[in-house]
Design a protein around this ligand. Sequence first.
Ligand code: SAH
Length: 459
Amino acid sequence: MTKQLELPVQKNEEVEFDITGLTHEGDGVGKVEGFTLFVPQALPGERIKAKVLKVKKNYGYAKLVEMVEASPDRLEPPCPVYHQCGGCSLQHVSYEEQLRQKTIIVQDNLKRLGNIEHATVHPTLGMKDPWRYRNKAQVPIGEEEGGLIGGFYAQRSHRIINMESCLIQHEKNDEVIELVKRAASQLGISAYNEQTRKGLLRHVVVKVGFKTGEVMVVLVINGDKLPNQEELVNQLTKKVDGLKSLAVNVNKKQTNVIFGDQTQIIWGEPYIYDYIGNIKFAISPRSFYQVNPVQTEILYGKALEYANLTGNETVIDAYCGIGTISLFLAQKAKHVYGVEIVPEAIADAKRNARLNVMENVDFAVGEAERIIPWWYAQGIKADVVVVDPPRKGCDETLLDTLIQMKPKRIVYVSCNPSTLARDLQILEAGGYVTKEVQPVDMFPHTFHVESVAWLSLKE
Ligand code: SAH
């Protein structure tokens, strides 16, 4: 108790102070007599009154109670359920300011965690229209008097809140989800209840090809069969323009994982198609595909530019997923080798290579940190390596192999600026220099930030 009194703030106290920064969770940060407080929803440039909720040794959390001076970048969030949903975290901030903050987050991480100040960090590339950008919706289904509801889980719970429209979803996805809810209610299809583990429909997943307009609907059910399946198919095929594929996925497990292991096409084709640039991709019910196709094209375009290919290069694409970046690079390289840990993704990658009649690519299943050293031992030596790891970044064994292999260029695509900074520092110690970093906004109104970095081997 006596110790706490020495801190400049105490629990439940109300304090007035300036917000000077934003964390990458989207919380405002400010100081009261040198003591750091995090305040959700507060913005840099604002003066606020806040109630202290939690005090730790070096920092605390507070709740915004009164706005003394609002930031000119503060907006009324356009989504009516913004504060309940938790899907977006920056709708109360102007889009220009969101982009500015994302650039600052990347710069700050590179400097603080990677000691990298010499690289040019370009301003974040944003969208002309930062709404309705998602091509995939995954909506949990529940029941209310009068029928099925679907939308999102209330924050920190599994209570489903109904939502008719999500402003970051393609309109088509909204429309199809409403149709499925209505048709399934009418046909007496029940919703799955997590507590009792009874009821049938768990999730509705809708995917739409932005360039083709093709639509796929996947119903995830807690059972083997949909009752009145024929009638449901009938209604959806009549009402959904562009519908190409209708599937049922069986998930009877007590789990938060959306999909179960069995998927059956109940109507139409096993795939829908979409394009990124000139490359055609087949999208199946389970396959991974970038959710913001507009910005993906910009991100991959930048990766291709940084790879600086002339047509004579051997390229490795590590963490290649369904081969999206590999195929993009293969247009301008002699040969591309892709590696990815998920076997289904590699099956998709091979299919996509055939679909685009690209013969200068090879794909392997396995851990990048095991396959690439093995390739190197077989004499495969890349001129350019692209890595696009998950949030935890690259395995150190992989970075060590790259340092030995000495490709002229490394292009690092990252969804996490802190692991990017850590890995760039390792590569710099191994003889590379980070030249440029381009953040790209793949997920407007959320705090996620993607970047692509270009490293060159020092002469
Ligand atoms: N480059 C792809 C996917 C990037 S997401 C695209 O742009 O679409 C990161 C990918 O890394 C995922 O597909 C994940 O399955 C894969 N992955 C995770 N750990 C891995 C590892 N140790 N080795 C290879 N791939 C891995």
